[in-house]
Design a protein around this ligand. Structure first.
Ligand code: FES
Length: 92
């Protein structure tokens, strides 16, 4: 019974956003990171580069303000960007 419910959720998500099951879109700039708000990876990166933190990005885009399921992925992505920026600053 539980697996049937799980399949229904996946099916419903797939119908509303077919790219969710398309591995070609994983980690690409136009990947939707927040399905509730439709916020894409490249938009989050642009806001990060403008100096916005995760709370400001959430307020600006609506990401993380729905189900909250994207919070960990977005936080991890911002951490990666911060690490890359730090390496750049150190001349790496
Ligand atoms: S997926 Fe981002 S708030 Fe639901």
């Amino acid at each position: 019974m539980m697996s049937q419910c799980y399949n229904l959720v996946i099916s419903a998500n797939y119908e509303s956003n077919p790219n969710i099951m398309n591995s070609q879109h994983a980690n690409t700039a136009d990947e939707v990171m927040c399905n509730c708000s439709g916020t894409k990876r490249n938009h989050i990166q642009k806001l990060f580069e403008q100096g916005l933190d995760i709370d400001a990005i959430s307020r600006n885009t609506g990401a993380i303000s729905g189900c909250g399921g994207c919070e960990w992925d977005i936080a991890e992505f911002l951490e990666e960007l911060a690490q890359k920026e730090k390496v750049k600053e150190q001349g790496g």
